[in-house]
Design a protein around this ligand. Structure first.
Ligand SMILES: Cc1cc2nc3c(=O)[nH]c(=O)nc-3n(C[C@H](O)[C@H](O)[C@H](O)COP(=O)(O)OP(=O)(O)OC[C@H]3O[C@@H](n4cnc5c(N)ncnc54)[C@H](O)[C@@H]3O)c2cc1C
Length: 439
């Protein structure tokens, strides 16, 4: 049997299987500028994802000539290929943040997390801004009875003035939310939404371009050298002089900015899309078309495709496996654990990207020695990257409204960490063990 056919039969790949993002089927990547690189710009943004494009719009609006450079396609990092699940994404618990930074900072960070969702929602409802926003809500499944009690208590004790709408769903009523008995009840966040990530990228690109920013694809920054009045930005297509530079490379932060690289941990996030299914089956498994996540340490995220014919299932199937097809069997097994009915379904797309975790589980933005940065969304960055991207753009431009609750928080690293997360395979194994034990 030829090797391709053997692989297909082993992991039940569909005949049209491709290791490419499902989102590229009905949307295109922005092309970027085909002009020569200019000799100089007031602002150069490294990385053309949501962060870089949101920031570039602000600096361009403030009258600064702005160039955005990406090593690959515009948005070729996470911003074209994520799960499209939109919700409140601040990771640390409020009490934990308050203990570390005081109640005022914790309140500010939580308020910004809520504002980030509200702003994207408002943008998505603006005429001409197309990101397929669907206000479907999210079901957060409890992996164990104890997790359900923790969720229920958290829903009842939200920080005052920062409440989200939450509905507690006991196991007995769970069938209304999910066609699976895998969970022990959960919470519904009715205000969460689903978007089309590549369409969102195009919409943000359109806004940055119409403000005057110019983005270039396939133009990796090879080195940044400080000069008397800013930076020399070296690329294979020439060197630009830049007054100010923003590092917006998140999980793709590399040797160009070693200080930042030591402060983010790139982790692979992997997704599969099933072959087209009977829409009645999809509706039976996910009755309200909601996003689904759960309380396990090794995260999974699930949603129907916008046309309701496929299920997209994502998770941390590996730490850094570059061949996404090798992760399909594990993802398929994870999916079947939640939805046994999908055991015989074939997989038609698989893809991955690198998200960036930080050592305090918060995003960070600001500047160090004149070099600006904004990164570290810890796996859920659709709302936070567009929000903090806008904020850092204003900080660079010296415009009003750039301040954030994160300003001045230390962006820490760990001894022996240089940017390669050698400890991740062991960490993921440990998390799997904890999930298995139900901790
Ligand atoms: C599979 C997957 C699923 C996800 N699902 C969700 C979800 O459902 N909800 C959610 O909120 N978040 C999700 N995320 C996370 C979210 O997509 C990211 O947090 C967000 O897109 C980060 O945007 P960014 O612009 O900061 O980084 P990116 O979009 O990753 O952009 C960084 C860019 O920097 C470029 N770059 C790096 N080095 C250089 C260089 N030297 N020169 C030029 N360019 C360079 C890269 O090419 C890349 O395009 C997911 C991520 C993945 C991978």
């Amino acid at each position: 049997m030829p090797q391709g056919a053997l692989r297909r039969s082993l992991v039940s790949l569909a005949p049209d299987y491709a290791a490419t993002s499902f989102w590229a089927e009905d949307a295109e990547f922005p092309r970027g500028s085909e002009a020569w690189l200019p000799a100089s710009a007031d602002v150069v943004v490294v990385g053309a994802g949501y962060t870089g494009l949101a920031a570039a719009r602000e600096t361009a609006l403030a009258g600064k000539s702005t160039v955005v450079l990406d090593a690959g396609p515009i948005g070729g990092g996470c911003s074209s290929r994520n799960g499209g699940q939109v919700g409140f994404s601040v990771r640390p618990e409020f009490a934990d943040l308050a203990r570390r930074h005081g109640e005022g900072v914790a309140t500010g960070i939580y308020r910004e997390g809520l504002e980030a969702v509200a702003e994207l929602r408002a943008l998505a409802h603006t005429a001409g801004f197309d990101c397929d926003w669907r206000g479907v809500g999210c079901f957060y499944g409890a992996h164990t009875p104890r997790h359900f009690e923790v969720l229920r208590r958290a829903a009842d004790s939200q920080p005052a003035g920062l409440e989200q709408q939450i509905r507690v769903v006991p196991r007995a009523a769970q069938a209304e939310e999910i066609g699976s008995s895998f969970y022990h009840g959960g919470l519904v966040y009715p205000d969460d939404a689903a978007i089309h990530p590549l369409k969102l990228l195009n919409a943000l690109y359109g806004r940055a371009s119409s403000a005057g920013a110019v983005a270039y694809a396939d133009c990796p920054v090879l080195a940044l050298e400080r000069s008397r009045d800013g930076f020399a930005v070296r690329t294979p297509h020439g060197t630009l002089r830049a007054g100010q530079v923003l590092i917006a490379t998140n999980g793709y932060t590399g040797p160009v900015s070693p200080w930042h690289r030591r402060r983010v941990v790139p982790i692979g996030s992997y997704i599969i899309a099933t072959e087209p299914l009977d829409p009645a089956l999809v509706t039976r498994l996910i009755p309200h078309g909601r996003n689904l996540v759960d309380t396990r340490h090794v995260v999974v995220y699930v949603r129907p495709s916008p046309d309701g014919r496929r299920i997209l299932f994502g998770g941390r199937a590996a730490a850094r496996e570059p061949d996404v097809t090798r992760c399909v069997p594990r993802l398929k097994a994870m999916m079947t654990e939640v939805f046994p009915e999908l055991a015989r379904v074939r997989i038609s797309r698989a893809w991955m990207g690198f998200v960036a975790f930080t050592f305090d589980s918060l995003p960070h933005l600001g500047s160090r020695d004149g070099l600006f940065h904004c990164m570290g969304y810890c796996g859920s960055g659709i709302t936070l990257s567009t929000y903090y991207g806008r904020k850092i753009g204003r900080q660079i431009a010296g415009a009003a409204g750039g301040e954030t609750a994160l300003d001045g928080l230390p962006f820490t690293t760990r001894p022996l960490y240089g940017g390669r997360p050698w400890f991740m395979p062991a960490a993921i194994l440990g998390y799997r063990l904890r999930d298995w034990l139900g901790w």
